[in-house]
Ligand binder design. Structure first.
Ligand SMILES: NC(=O)c1ccc[n+]([C@@H]2O[C@H](COP(=O)([O-])OP(=O)(O)OC[C@H]3O[C@@H](n4cnc5c(N)ncnc54)[C@H](OP(=O)(O)O)[C@@H]3O)[C@@H](O)[C@H]2O)c1
Length: 276
């Protein structure tokens, strides 16, 4: 069976691809720029733009299941073409769909609900990979993490577990019509995260807790849009219960315990070490 993975060059999509390959499936990967796509051998890479469904007929042809992102474009805007995508999926004979949930829902979710397709919404909490994005530069350069809200707890999820859940549901079915919240196996504080990372990297890492005002100023100086700053202050400073409540969904679907942050840190420690 062939599965189409959208967002295949992204943080989560790469793992959906890897896991489908591990399960012995044929994988077709969508990207806006096939020349730049760095995907494993054996993956069929196809060009297309989710914002323009007319470009996607070839990508959807003959696939059994599709992993969808629910945004289009580098600013993560809602997928306005969602209803057309669902029509294309139905017309192409697709049976199963998984959706990587994001900040906003749009026409895609409504259209899937009314489609008769077997769909599952994946609602991951914070990705463990945010740690690389936010901390790797200052840890490599100075051995320091500067962030607000040191005591906040997060049930961060390993992105490979999101990929494993998506692949398992696409191949084996199950959880149709559900939204499932994907977390790691524990809710840990920022200070605990710094400690675990330091152990994995093999180097002391100092945690400097910023005030909210200092964090706002730093993020603005980094060029972060005002809307994203507000989102982060709210998400990190006032994390909703769902963000720190551990679920068993990863293990329920994959049959394996969710990966810990210590494991993520060990796998990715090299990204936090200064170049030799
Ligand atoms: N970070 C977190 O903690 C967190 C937590 C929960 C949910 N999320 C959600 O996760 C999502 C981001 O996932 P990610 O981190 O895996 O993405 P990512 O690494 O930022 O990669 C973006 C992917 O989207 C593809 N893409 C973007 N616009 C496209 C378009 N118009 N047509 C086709 N493909 C397009 C890109 O493909 P090409 O560039 O190759 O075309 C790329 O593969 C967001 O919805 C976010 O809200 C994030």
């Amino acid at each position: 069976m062939t599965f189409l993975v959208t967002g295949a060059t992204g943080t989560v999509g790469r793992h959906v691809v890897a896991e489908l390959l591990r399960l012995g499936q044929d994988v077709r990967a969508l990207t806006r720029d096939p020349a730049k796509a760095d995907l494993p051998a054996g993956v069929e890479v196809v060009g297309g733009d989710l914002a323009d469904p007319a470009t996607l007929t070839e990508a959807f042809a003959g696939v059994t299941g599709v992993h969808l992102i629910n945004f289009a474009g580098d600013a993560y805007g809602a997928l306005e073409s969602g209803a057309e995508l669902v029509r294309l999926a139905v017309a192409s004979g697709v049976r199963r769909v998984t959706v990587l949930g994001g900040r906003d829902q749009g026409p895609l979710e409504d259209a899937l609900g009314a489609s008769g397709l077997e769909w599952t919404m994946l609602a991951p909490t914070e990705f463990m990979s945010n740690t690389r994005q936010w901390w790797a530069g200052s840890v490599r350069a100075e051995g320091v993490v500067r962030e607000p809200f040191g005591g906040r707890r997060s049930a961060m999820v390993h992105e490979a577990d999101i990929g494993a859940v998506a692949a398992a549901l696409l191949v084996n079915g199950g959880r149709h019509g559900e939204e499932i919240v994907l977390t790691g196996p524990e809710a840990i504080t920022t200070t605990a995260k710094v400690r675990l990372l330091a152990e994995a990297v093999g180097r002391e890492i100092e945690y400097v807790e910023l005030t909210e005002e200092q964090a706002r100023a730093r993020w603005a100086a980094d060029g972060m849009p005002a809307e994203l700053i507000e989102f982060l202050v709210e998400a990190l400073g006032n994390t909703p219960e769902i963000g720190y409540t551990v679920t068993t969904a990863v293990e329920d679907v994959t049959g394996r315990p969710a990966r810990t942050f210590a494991q993520w840190a060990a796998e990715n420690a090299a990204d936090f070490r200064p170049a030799a």
